[in-house]
Write a protein that binds this ligand. Structure first.
Ligand SMILES: Cc1ncc(C[n+]2csc(CCOP(=O)(O)OP(=O)(O)O)c2C)c(N)n1
Ligand SMILES: [Mg+2]
Length: 361
């Protein structure tokens, strides 16, 4: 009897790394084809997002933002993957993936309104191919399979790319999504950002599998694990997955090994209760901005001046977007009822009248 031992499969999932922590190329064959302008733009986006994250945390503490899930540490995983997309590709983000949504075209003001729970923040402009951030863990996996099936049926040369966490790979929707995408051979890319914790639960408690990428095998789809702190590895893997999907070669599951420096959300979890300082320090040494900055400085593509300009630009944009968010009319209960329902059942019609009355006072 020859049962295949799972460890034989696991061994095949080596972590793809292109840039090491010192910003040196360690895998020449995997260096993606990016122009100097593109490399600089990717660095700009990562620096911009780090500043935005800091500002968002402080605005949240001042009570000027609502729900916010910090992203520092995950910039390469988030932004280098989105960088591989075309404008017409569809993005299905989770609550943490707001930077990708904004670089895919969502105005920053809407991102802030979303954080405040304002419906305008959830109204994605028609020319932005994205769904609202998903709060239900892994629900975007089945949705991505469906969106990708639609693209395939319409003969579009585009993909649906979805982001979710390590914890999400324990959910039924994740398995259903990758299985369906495989069965219908749709152009979907699934990115599991393994930041090693689902709120306080470490990934080792989620699964016995050594990698999350290997879960692709049972669904009959491609799988790869990448160093998620390495923008070049993340970009290379996503670009290849996109090309394969568009060529009809099926979906890919990408696992990015990453870390969030901050808390799960600003709602009150205390990471010191479930993570050690040693672990935090270990990951901060792998920081994506540090290694990419070193790499670009070595190519004369990044300078202190460029860094400062980017920081200033981020601060200015955030200030303007918050001002615009403040000026957006407050949402009313009647707005919510009307936006959510094309036809009103009797009970809601009664409530609509009741609130119209209250709001007119
Ligand atoms: C179906 C469902 N169960 C539970 C929750 C509560 N919840 C919110 S975030 C989270 C952890 C998710 O962890 P992970 O998938 O690793 O993503 P991360 O937040 O680390 O990016 C949980 C359990 C939820 N939103 N949806
Ligand atoms: Mg996680």
């Amino acid at each position: 009897m020859s049962t295949i031992n799972y460890s034989d499969v696991e061994k095949q999932f080596e972590t793809l790394q292109v840039l090491n922590t010192d910003g040196e190329i360690v895998n020449k064959d995997a260096v993606p084809d990016l122009s100097d302008e593109q490399l600089t733009e990717l660095m700009r986006r990562m620096v911009y997002t780090r500043i935005w994250d800091q500002r968002a945390i402080s605005l949240n503490r001042q009570g000027r933002l609502g729900f916010y899930a910090p992203v520092a540490g995950q910039e390469a995983s988030m932004l280098a993957s989105q960088f591989a997309l075309e404008k017409e590709d569809w993005l299905l983000p989770s609550y943490r993936d707001i930077p990708q949504l904004v670089f895919h075209g969502l105005p920053l003001t809407k991102a802030f309104l979303y954080s405040r729970g304002h419906f305008v923040g959830g109204q994605i402009p028609d020319d932005v191919h994205a769904l609202m951030p998903q709060i239900i863990i892994a629900a975007q996996c089945t949705q991505a399979a469906g969106v990708a099936l639609g693209l395939k049926k319409r003969g579009k040369k585009n993909i649906a790319l979805t982001y979710f966490g390590d914890g999400a790979t324990s959910q039924g929707d994740f398995y259903e999504g990758i299985n369906y995408a495989g069965a219908y051979n749709v152009p979907a890319v699934f990115i599991s950002q393994n930041n090693h914790f689902a709120i306080s639960v470490p990934v080792e408690k989620q699964t016995k599998a050594k990698t999350l990428a290997q879960k692709a095998i049972a669904a009959g789809i491609n799988g790869i694990q990448v160093d998620g702190m390495d923008p070049l590895a993340v970009y290379a893997a996503t670009k290849t997955a996109r090309e394969n999907a568009v060529a009809g070669e099926g979906p890919t599951l990408i696992e990015t090994l990453t870390y969030r420096y901050g808390p799960h959300t600003m709602a009150g979890d205390d990471p010191t209760r479930y993570r050690t300082e040693e672990l935090d320090n270990e990951w901060e040494l792998k920081d994506p901005l540090i290694r990419f900055r070193k790499y670009l400085e070595g190519k004369n593509l990044w300078s202190k001046d460029e860094e400062e300009k980017t920081v200033e630009q981020a601060k200015e944009d955030i200030k303007a977007a918050i001002k615009e968010a403040d000026q957006t009319p407050k949402q009313k209960v009647t707005d919510l009822i009307n936006i959510m329902n094309e036809q009103l059942p009797n009970n809601l019609r009664e409530q609509l009248e009741e609130y119209r009355e209250k709001e007119s006072k």
